[in-house]
Design a protein around this ligand. Sequence first.
Ligand code: C2G
Length: 132
Amino acid sequence: MKRIITFGTFDVFHVGHVNILERARNLGDHLTVGVSSDALNFSKKNRYPIYCQDDRLKIISSLKFVDDVFLEESLELKDIYIKKKQANILVMGDDWLGRFDWVKDKTDCDVIYLERTPAISTTQVIEIVKRI
Ligand code: C2G
């Protein structure tokens, strides 16, 4: 059984999020998703997500190709989460290309970066809605 893990904020959920989660799940038999906490987002972007962490966890856990969710509290704890969840492959979008290669040295987990879905992002959706 091949276990996949991925991470993200998944704020203002959109089709780019669906696509990466679906493709991640298709690489194996089980998909765990680490959903970034509100505090982690604040520390990275200096603002809180539009949707709170409980709502984002609920949305992600309701998807048919997601088997398990948990809160990601730090970007640097990936090796700990991977060992705990017994993941074989870490999947990230290619906006993170190379950023989590260090995980390969600390765990038995492979790291794969998948192409992002073009022309959609949470930031873009927020900007469009602001202008309406
Ligand atoms: N994504 C994508 N295509 C888009 C937008 C996003 O494939 N058009 C992917 C990203 O590459 C990422 C995932 O969807 O793999 C979640 O994206 P974000 O919510 O923007 O996640 P981020 O804030 O980058 O948090 O530990 C890593 C962080 O938790 C990632």
